[in-house]
Design a protein around this ligand. Structure first.
Ligand SMILES: Cc1cc2nc3c(=O)[nH]c(=O)nc-3n(C[C@H](O)[C@H](O)[C@H](O)COP(=O)(O)O)c2cc1C
Length: 181
């Protein structure tokens, strides 16, 4: 059942010193590729870094100084940098009218597809939004118009018995009988 997978996923911040098979990473990317997006713009690019020397350079660029709280991510065998690309004009214009950032919604969905596929393959991940974006762009020599939105470390999790982070109860986050309609 999908709900089991959704409940199984959690943020993993400690990884085994075991490489992650490229085929598994490709399956995760394939899951992201099938995500929906406003006007089918697919405004994303996933950059995969598993070479240790490159990963070290990225770790320093992304997680130094005030970003070092997320230094754990640099210890994962794989880092996936999720970029927002320029995408299509229509969702950007529609977004301006609506006060919504459709590309960011799109990237959230695609990234979560990736993360859930990773969970299904026994891999641990963590969404990381707090990092030095300018540093990452410089280190990767990213083209203008591409902005790193998140970094997703991927690795086999160190087993632990930590409890899941609690969630608000269903009645607080939903309204099954709206009265004012
Ligand atoms: C957009 C986004 C950004 C996040 N940024 C960070 C981050 O910078 N560092 C971190 O350790 N966790 C980060 N997280 C993970 C959340 O802290 C985590 O999902 C939340 O506490 C719920 O815990 P769980 O994922 O284990 O269920 C982020 C999650 C999301 C969705």
């Amino acid at each position: 059942m999908f709900l089991d997978l959704a409940k199984k996923r959690r943020s993993v911040r400690r990884y085994l010193d075991r490489p992650v098979e490229r085929e598994k990473i490709e399956l995760c990317l394939e899951a992201a590729r099938f995500a929906p997006s406003a006007c089918n713009a697919q405004p994303w690019k996933f950059v995969v870094i598993d070479d240790p020397a490159k990963k070290e350079r990225l770790r320093r660029a992304a997680f130094s100084g005030i970003y070092s709280v997320n230094a754990f991510a640099g210890k994962a065998p794989v880092l996936i940098i999720v970029f927002r690309t320029s995408g299509k004009l229509l969702p950007r214009i529609a977004g301006c009218f609506q006060g919504k950032e459709y590309p960011i919604i799109d990237i959230g969905i695609a990234g979560e597809h990736l993360v859930l596929q990773a969970t299904d393959l026994g891999l641990g991940t963590c969404w990381v939004g707090w990092f030095n974006g300018k540093g990452v762009r410089k280190a990767l020599n990213s083209p203008l118009g591409q902005k790193p939105v998140a970094i997703i470390p991927v690795g086999y999790p160190v087993p632990d018995k930590k409890k899941a982070v609690p969630r608000k109860p269903l009645e607080k986050i939903s309204d099954l009988n709206p009265l004012k309609l």
